[in-house]
Structures are given as structure tokens and as C-alpha cells.
Write a protein that binds this ligand. Structure first.
Ligand code: IPE
Ligand code: IPE
Ligand code: MG
Length: 217
């Protein structure tokens, strides 16, 4: 996504509340409960959740976040009823098309995590490293944390600074387990479809007040 004049203008309007996280990841949870509270089918919650994605993506860009990773569908979400997990061919084509159309974009990065699971990501990374070790290309004793990071789906992204989960649940649900090692965690009661640009601004302000020590003093 390339920055526009409007986003530059709103960037200037953001009050100085401390450092802005370079990479924010959001577990977008609570669509089903939002719908249930309105006596609507769960899919209505997912639809409303799409609007929240638009609001939050715009707000993140305006606030100067370099990378926004949104957890949209976990590798465990296949356990849901079929009508909620249909990756129909036309949907897959839309995703491919969106990636192709934005591949050459400069500016902030939007990552949508689909069929993502952190443990599967680590298993795949481990297998690639093990294969290279078995082929004699690398020495197992010389494998470093950087080598592992280079094999993760997030290899090209800035370090993860902030993980936000909506809907009041306080768990990671197999999201970015390695990457969250020193990320700040923020659990917000708001259900995802009610999430606004202001909710994100509040979260980023709270991040700005955190003291990160990385094990030091
Ligand atoms: C988040 O909302 C969307 C996905 C996990 C795909 P949920 O569908 O999990 O909503 P709740 O948790 O049932 O309210
Ligand atoms: C996590 O939410 C996955 C996404 C938001 C995509 P879930 O609703 O699937 O998580 P659990 O099952 O409550 O842990
Ligand atoms: Mg949920």
C-alpha cells in the first residue's frame, strides 16, 4: 500500500504517545459472539469483521506502523463446520490476484495469515534445516536463532513488537509463538467487529508506555 496525502496528513495529527510499534499482529477474535449477541448467523459477524479490517488497516498506516499481520484463519479453524471454512476456488483466486496486484507495492506491509499455525510453521522450518544438515550443507551444531528466523514465514518482516487479541480471550492460539518471544501482549475486551481505528490508537498508546527490557535492566 503506498502512502497517500491523506495518510500523511493524519500522521501529523497523531499525538506523541511514545514509540510506534514497527510490526503489529492482531488475533481478530469475537466475530461469532458479536453476531450471536445480535441474533445473527455467525457469518454476519465475519462480514462485520471485514469492515473492522479496513478501518484498522487504514489506521495502522496513518500511525506509521510498517507491518500489520492479521490472523484471519488458523490451521485449527478447519475444525469448524464446513460452511464456515470453505476456501472455494473463487476465493483462492481472489487471494492470488490480490497478492499479484500488490506484489510491487512499496510502503507499509499488510499480511493476512490464512491457514496459519505457528507450530506447523516451525515444523516446516525445522524440516528444511534438517534436510540441509543431512545433505551436509550446514553443521547442526552451528544453527543459530537467526538461521531459524530466516526459515519462518515472517523472515522478510520487521521484528514483532505488539500482539493484540480482541474479544477478551487471553491466549495465543498457535499464533507467532517464536516471533512473540519479546513482543508486548495486549488483550482487549472489544469484539473484533467493534474494533475501530481509535481502538488501535489506544493500543499503540498503551504499547508506547511499556518498558521493554529483553532480559536486561
Ligand atoms: C474470529 O472470530 C474469526 C476467526 C477465528 C476465523 P470467531 O469466529 O472465533 O468468533 P468467536 O470467538 O466465536 O466469537
Ligand atoms: C484464533 O481464534 C484464530 C483467529 C483469530 C484466526 P480462535 O477463535 O480460533 O481461537 P480459540 O479456538 O478460541 O483458541
Ligand atoms: Mg474465536
Amino acid at each position: 500500500v503506498s502512502p497517500t496525502a491523506a495518510s500523511v496528513a493524519s500522521l501529523a495529527a497523531v499525538p506523541d504517545t511514545g514509540p510506534v510499534p514497527r510490526h503489529v499482529a492482531i488475533i481478530m477474535d469475537g466475530n461469532g459472539r458479536w453476531a450471536k449477541a445480535r441474533h445473527l448467523p455467525r457469518v454476519a459477524g465475519h462480514k462485520a469483521g471485514v469492515e473492522a479490517v479496513r478501518r484498522v488497516t487504514r489506521a495502522a498506516r496513518a500511525m506509521g506502523v510498517e507491518a500489520l499481520t492479521l490472523y484471519a484463519f488458523s490451521s485449527e479453524n478447519w475444525r469448524r463446520p464446513e460452511d464456515e471454512v470453505r476456501f472455494a476456488p473463487d476465493l483462492v483466486a481472489l487471494v492470488d490476484d490480490a497478492m499479484a496486484k500488490t506484489a510491487a507495492n512499496t510502503g507499509p506491509i499488510l499480511v493476512i495469515a490464512l491457514n496459519y499455525g505457528s507450530q506447523a510453521e516451525l515444523v516446516a522450518a525445522t524440516r528444511r534445516l534438517a534436510a540441509r544438515a543431512a545433505a551436509g550443507e550446514i553443521d547442526p551444531a552451528a544453527i543459530t536463532a537467526d538461521d531459524i528466523e530466516a526459515e519462518l514465514d515472517t523472515a522478510d518482516l520487521p521484528p514483532l513488537d505488539l500482539v493484540i487479541r480482541s474479544s477478551g480471550e487471553q491466549r495465543l492460539s498457535n499464533f507467532l509463538l517464536w516471533q512473540a518471544a519479546y513482543a508486548e501482549l495486549l488483550f482487549i475486551d472489544t469484539l473484533w467487529p467493534d474494533f475501530t481505528g481509535d481502538t488501535l490508537a489506544d493500543a499503540i498508546a498503551a504499547f508506547g508506555q511499556r518498558q521493554r527490557r529483553y532480559g536486561g535492566l
